[in-house]
Design a protein around this ligand. Structure first.
Ligand code: GLA
Length: 591
């Protein structure tokens, strides 16, 4: 084994034998359009960072247990690591396997829980065997990017805040050994919340550097880390300078001057730091996670995080404030701070064609074999998106529909195609009154997976209909299930809106012209809840519940000339237009 490039001394790091302080910023390649990686990395260096940090999302890199590693486009991690090296930046790599990060399932693939008894993040051999198979395919393409081989990666994290979750030290040792035995020679570290006394102890491993996560109370937090680890570098591996948003809450911001003052305290104390987030980016597609404390609370599409760079990659107030602070403690490039990128505005898109969803689901998505009771999304092997369940209601009359096993996460109910109501995970034990017009009426239940829980004991909670469904206390039997992963919309049979009866939910289609592509924000006044795609790129979810009201459209998604907008709107809309604007609206700020 070589000597790792990065090593620890009694009070700091050494890089190639010289004293070194890590001034890092978090930036997840999988939340940024790949054509924009180089731009964001350059802006990281220009703020004064010498390092960037990223997680690695297992769920996207290995979407099925038997699939080869996915490493293209937004997932081309080797390319990202090369670009970082080209920019002169080091990389802290956090391959999990669990990454939290407000990311679907905390990065754990949903296929793991096809076996509902599996104990995630533990030395359960079912979990460690799956992890080992993943690392067998993940690490070979990454090894050339390790500092030992001339690459950018100077340190690798073992698990993530494990002390907040479990106490299975044998599992942490397994992850450690799994990295080492596959050729990772760089410095390894763990990270745990400084604010919770026992977390650092429960999440640490002898011989592995402990680092702490915190956003304030700098002196106390560093003291807690020092008390836990009497010698070695002090490192705040997540310095929280903003926060994430849930649907239905206010938008979180943190004052730039306040965050900069805390950064100054950290650097003045001689600590190393990873600013979380330097640039948050976007939960494109179906990639957002969720919390589940008192109730299920999914994360919004934007991961702006009130970070130093805005979601669209422009220097915000924190960028300038942090650059000034860093300059007091370390050299900062003298090049000018980049100006905000140009934005498109004033484009109206008329959505003139549509296609109802329910007939599309039943005609194009083959039903899986009929089952006695509904099957979960995990049983279907479907990772994200929607599922349509269908059965018949044997008797006419009024009654109560009950999802006895619960629902993950939101179910829209239709009787003979007519909307009958919604039941959500938050309120799954409620019943829905139904009027059944005739014996043999069709009951359809459209279930949306709104994002896998990414923190706490409910990681891996199942999606779809989660058990028997009863009507007036009697289980309904004989279910057809249609998968709607919505990964390819090319077969949606759009027709002119005038010729299509208004039905919900429905796809809506419009085109618009662009001269020169530039960043823009999609605004959907009058639309209520659904998904948006431009030129086939899945921008993510929208929901008038807020706080987020616009969706970020990265310039590379657009092309000169005609462009195509598709919405899946789950409810009716009062408006058949969308707007492209130059100003994001992430919602009212938490006071
Ligand atoms: C923890 C996790 C991160 C992220 C932050 C909150 O520190 O380690 O992945 O979830 O909380 O944004």
């Amino acid at each position: 084994m070589h000597t790792p490039a990065l090593a620890t001394a009694s009070d700091g790091f050494l890089l190639h034998g010289e004293p070194f302080r890590i001034i890092s910023g978090a930036m997840h390649y999988f939340r940024i359009h790949p054509d924009l990686w180089a731009d964001r990395l350059r802006k990281a260096r220009l703020m004064g960072l010498n390092t960037v940090e990223t997680y690695v999302p297992w769920n996207l890199h290995q979407p099925d247990p038997d699939s080869p590693l996915v490493l293209d486009g937004l997932l081309d991690l080797p390319r990202y690591l090369s670009l970082a090296r080209d920019e002169g930046l080091h990389v802290l790599l956090r391959p999990g396997p669990y990454i939290c990060a407000e990311w679907d399932g905390g990065g754990l693939p949903s296929w793991l829980t096809t076996d509902p008894d599996i104990r995630l993040r533990s030395s359960d051999p079912r979990f460690t065997a799956a992890l080992d198979r993943y690392l067998d395919i993940l690490l070979p393409p990454l090894l050339p990017h390790m500092a030992a081989n001339g690459g950018s990666v100077i340190a690798v994290q073992v698990e993530n805040e494990y002390g907040a979750y479990g106490d299975d030290t044998a599992y942490l040792k397994h992850v450690h050994q799994a990295l080492r035995s596959r050729g990772v020679e760089e410095l390894l570290f763990t990270c745990d919340q400084a604010g919770s006394g026992h977390h650092l102890a429960a999440g640490s491993l002898p011989g592995v550097l402990s680092t702490a996560t915190f956003g304030g109370r700098i002196e106390e937090s560093l003291a807690a880390l020092r008390a836990h680890q009497p010698e070695g570098p002090l490192m705040c591996s997540e310095f929280w300078i903003g926060w994430f948003d849930h649907w239905g809450e206010e938008h979180h911001v943190r004052d730039a001057a306040n965050a900069a003052a805390d950064l100054d305290r950290l650097l003045a104390a001689g600590a190393s730091v990873n600013i979380y987030m330097f640039h948050g980016g976007t939960n494109f597609g179906f990639t957002n996670g969720a919390n589940h404390d008192q109730c299920y609370a999914p994360i919004v599409t934007s991961y702006d995080y009130d970070a130093a760079l805005t979601e669209s990659g422009d220097p915000g107030p924190k960028y300038h404030a942090f650059r000034e602070v860093i300059a007091r403690h370390a050299p900062v490039p003298e090049e000018p701070v980049p100006a905000p990128a140009p934005k498109l505005s004033g484009i109206t898109v008329e959505l003139t064609r549509r296609a109802p969803l329910l007939p599309y689901a039943t005609s194009t998505a083959e039903p899986v074999a009929r089952t006695e009771h509904p099957v979960t999304m995990e049983e279907l092997g479907q990772r994200s998106g929607y599922v349509l369940y269908r059965t018949t209601l044997p008797e006419a009359g009024d009654g109560l529909l009950h999802f006895a096993g619960g629902v993950g996460d939101r179910a829209q109910v239709f009787v003979d195609g007519a909307p009958a109501g919604v039941l959500e995970r938050e309120r799954h034990d409620e019943t829905l009154p139904l009027r059944v017009p005739q014996p043999g009426a069709t009951l359809e239940v459209l279930v949306e997976n709104m994002g896998g829980v990414n923190y706490g004991p409910r990681i891996g909670a199942p999606k779809g209909l989660l058990g028997p469904v009863t009507f007036n206390g009697t289980a309904l039997h004989g279910w057809d299930t249609h998968r709607l992963p919505l990964t390819d919309l090319s077969a949606v049979p759009f027709a002119p809106a005038e010729a299509t009866p208004v039905t919900v939910p429905a796809f809506h289609h419009g085109t618009f012209d662009v001269d020169t592509p530039a960043d823009t924000f999609l605004s959907l006044p009058g639309w209520t809840k659904g998904q948006a795609w431009i030129n086939g790129f899945h921008l993510g979810r929208y929901w008038n519940r807020g706080p987020q009201r616009t969706l970020y459209v990265p310039a590379p998604v657009l092309r000169p000339g005609a462009n195509e907008l598709v919405l899946l709107e789950l409810n009716a809309t009062t408006n058949a237009r969308a707007e492209l604007t130059d100003t994001p609206d992430l919602g009212p700020v938490k006071p």
